[in-house]
Each structure stands twice: as C-alpha cells, then as structure tokens.
Design a protein around this ligand. Sequence first.
Ligand code: ADP
Length: 336
Amino acid sequence: MFKNARIKLTLWYLLIIMVISISFSVVIYRSLVSEVERFDQIQRTRIEIRFGYAAPTVTVDPSLIEETERRIVVTLVFINVIILAVSGLIGYFLAGITLAPISEMIDEQNRFISDASHELGTPLTSLKTAFEVYLREKKPTIEESKTLATESIEEVNKLQTLSSSLLTLARHEKPIVNTKIEKISLKEVVNSAVKQVNNMAHEKEISIACSDDVVKLISNVKVYGDKDSLEQLLVIILDNAIKYSTKESSIEIKTAKSDHHVLISVTDHGIGIAKEDLPHIFDRFYRTDMARSRKATGGYGLGLSIARKIVEEHGGSINVKSEINKGSTFEISLPL
Ligand code: ADP
C-alpha cells in the first residue's frame, strides 16, 4: 500500500513539475523565435537607412531560421527530458519522506488495535470459561452462583478500567484542540492529586510527604495547561508509587524551579524497576515481570503511556531513576 501511494505521489509531483517546465519551455521558445524575427526586422531597417532602398522581405536565410528554431526545440526537449528524469528521482525520494510519518502512524494504529484486542480478549475469555463451566453444572448451588457473579463482576470491572484507559489514551493521541488551556496553580494540582490517592495510601499505611518548603514553592508556581490532565498525570505517578510500594513505607513529593521550568519529583521506596525495563515502561501495555507477578496491583501497563502523552502535550518531559528493591523516582519537568 505504501509503495503504491509513494508511486502515486511521485507521479503527482512529476505532473506538477512537468506542467511548469513545459509552460516555461513554450514561453522560452516563443520569445527566442520572436527575437530571431526582431533581428531580421532590425537588419532590414539598417539596410533601408544605409542604402536608401527597401530591403528584401527576408534578410536572413529562411533555412537558417528554420535550423535555429529546430535547435531551440531540440534543446528544450532535451532539457525537459533531463528535468523529468531528475525530478522523478527527487520526487520519489521526497514522496518517501512525506509518507514515512503517515506509514508510521498507520503501523502504530494497527499495533494499538491488536494490543487492545489482545488485552480485551483475556478477561472476555475468562468470563466465557466461567459461564461455560457453570452451565455444565446440573444443579448449581446458590453458593456457586454467587461465586460466579462475584468473579464476573471482577472481570467486568477490569474490562471497564481497561476501556476507560484506552479511551483516555486515544483522547491524548489527538492534538490538544478541545482541551482547556489555562493558568493553573501547581499547588491545587498537587493537592487534588494527593486527595484522590489518599484512601489507597491509607489502606497500605503509606505516608505521602510534601515538605513545607515544597508547599511554599508550589504555592507561587503557576503553569499553563489543562488542569484535569495534569491532575491525572500526578495521580498515575502517585498511584503507581503506592501500588509498587510495600506496606508502611513513604512517598516524597519534591519540587524545584528554574527560570523556565518547574520540576516535580515523586519518590517511593518500593520494588523498583530493573535496568532493562526502564526504557520500556512508558510503552503501551508494558508491565515488568515483577508487576505482573503481583496480582493485587492489577493494571494494564497503560498508565505511564498516558502520563507521557500528557507531559508531551504540555511541552514537558518525564524521566525515571530506579533501583531494584530500593525504589523509584519519577521526575516531571513542565515549562512555566
Ligand atoms: P500499570 O497499570 O501496570 O501500573 P503503568 O503504565 O502505570 O501500568 O506502569 C508500567 C509498568 O512500570 C508497571 O507495570 C510497573 O512494572 C512499572 N512501574 C511503574 N511505576 C512504578 C513504580 N513506582 N515502582 C515500580 N515499578 C513501577
């Protein structure tokens, strides 16, 4: 498909270039021919002035004029053939460059669809199997029915989480046209995000510390962006920090400010991320083996890819430093 599109685009480039080139050639041909005629006219006038009698209608040998015109045509055709060949090659090359991002986007979309279908398939298969087993029971007890219903609700909840994460990711794939960009207080964003994860932190007896200095600094910092998205970004990072920490540990939020950027860092003392996993954790559906083995954490590996999209939308960057069994620090830098 890509090759066909490339050839079609090359042909369109060629058509445009050749229309321009041939039009120019016609103009050049006409002006050269009229120059020859003008030269003939000047010659006649000179003869009349010099010798005082009317000059013959044609002073230059007609076969010479014909030969000149023929040479002009041959030269112009030759130049056009060269332009056709050179612009064909350049056009093919440029068409490749033009179509490369589109082709990448299509590949990316196809990967997205197949990843999403695969992830949606797992809970659906598990639901189907549970129902099939239930139906095979001749006289299912109330207890069995209740177990089935409970397990089914769990799977449906998982599907709901997955579909809403997929929707969020798809929303952030588009450029921010519908998002409200406003001047927002960083303090409000941090407070609101911490509030949203507080219950989860309490359950694991994890403390989220934000020192007085940090509170003072963020009270004066305003960033341009979409409030909901920035809150969501911090919730994802804090939610992970809690999910991948052991009970009774702590999480620290720190900030720093330079002339043009504000840096927000979230440090946990949890399971950490292996070096070989670090380059991949922002990829869609990527989960480390350690995360997969912890059934209680759930998750589909979509949070950090959403986080990265939000940061990129705001012209910032996100980095991670981590050591296995010691903890991780996620650093978000946002332009002021
Ligand atoms: P998930 O829903 O699995 O948490 P994310 O995209 O948020 O998906 O994270 C991707 C993977 O990165 C996680 O599965 C986990 O392996 C790893 N990860 C993210 N944050 C942390 C953290 N704070 N500590 C340890 N591992 C983490």
